[in-house]
Design a protein around this ligand. Sequence first.
Ligand code: HEM
Ligand SMILES: CC(C)=CCC/C(C)=C/CC/C(C)=C/COP(=O)(O)OP(=O)(O)O
Length: 300
Amino acid sequence: MTTATPLLPPADWRDFLALTKPRVMTLVVFTGLCGMLAAPVGIHPVIGFTAILCIALGAGAAGALNQWYEADIDAVMRRTQKRPLPAGRMDRQAALHFGVGLSVFSVILMGLAVNIAAAAILTVSILFYVLVYTVWLKRRTPQNIVIGGAAGAFPPLIGWAAATGQVALLPVLLFMLVFLWTPPHFWALALFVKTDYANAGVPMLPVVAGERATRVQIGLYTIPMAVAAIAPWPLGLTGPIYGVASIVLTGIFALLAVLVATRRQVEGDAMKPEKRLFSYSILYLFVIFGALVADRWVLA
Ligand code: HEM
Ligand SMILES: CC(C)=CCC/C(C)=C/CC/C(C)=C/COP(=O)(O)OP(=O)(O)O
């Protein structure tokens, strides 16, 4: 005997928007925009706008497919229980169709209106987030975000490729910066939502290797991240605005990471060091990418 699936009322547009993880994707789109604006050649504003739209749609589509696949995990974690699928506000099929349709649309539009290089990298990033991170690694290994996190590092490369049709050393360093930023960004958060992941059976580093090892890893990843962040100026790829901003911003990041690694609370700060580092990690990427564009445009 089969149990009948209760008919769900048609999902609201707000539920579809929630499927795209809009808050996280603002930073993804911003790094893509900055990658595009930092390129040495101009891009027609309409084509540039289309490229950013495609990054936003592709990233949102990937977020929707991620939620389609892991509705079971999301139902267990407090942070994610209210999402449209676990909360029962949307049919899984609708999420799947939305995610696949939007992915295909974003890639085809990028290929037709912008260029093939940008469309190809967009395809790789969607596949990376959905297949490599969500389906393959997330439930299997605490290295899930180290490898799968590469998905979120592609947008600066996509933006650059949209403007130039190719890749170069600077966007590769920007890729490395976001790639190496992701572990400290995420593990800082995982330290304070550890029980959620443990309950859902997701092998995030603090659950599997413990808190101490995670703190040490956060400190260790910060070292190559700092190299990728600061390298562009000495290599002659940017001017001093980015150079000085990257040194100051990365210095603060490193300091906060050391506080997390050594579990030291700053006197008078009510926030735990890992919470402080997580919040700062987001501000850090926004400002460092903003500085890159300021550098290009002010010094141009
Ligand atoms: C696999 C890699 C990553 C993981 C596992 C991860 C995980 C998370 C989680 C769990 C949150 C908190 C809750 C939420 O809003 O859902 C969060 C917040 C955030 N993440 Fe990440 N993240 C990753 C990579 C990135 C990347 C590449 C970016 C952008 C470049 C990013 C940008 C953000 C932003 C902006 C927030 C704050 C959202 C808000 O204000 O609610 N994350 N991340
Ligand atoms: C252009 C393009 C396709 C970009 C992809 C962007 C991307 C991979 C962003 C990663 C950020 C993200 C939402 C991680 C959440 O991890 P999670 O899914 O484990 O978080 P959750 O627990 O909140 O579901």
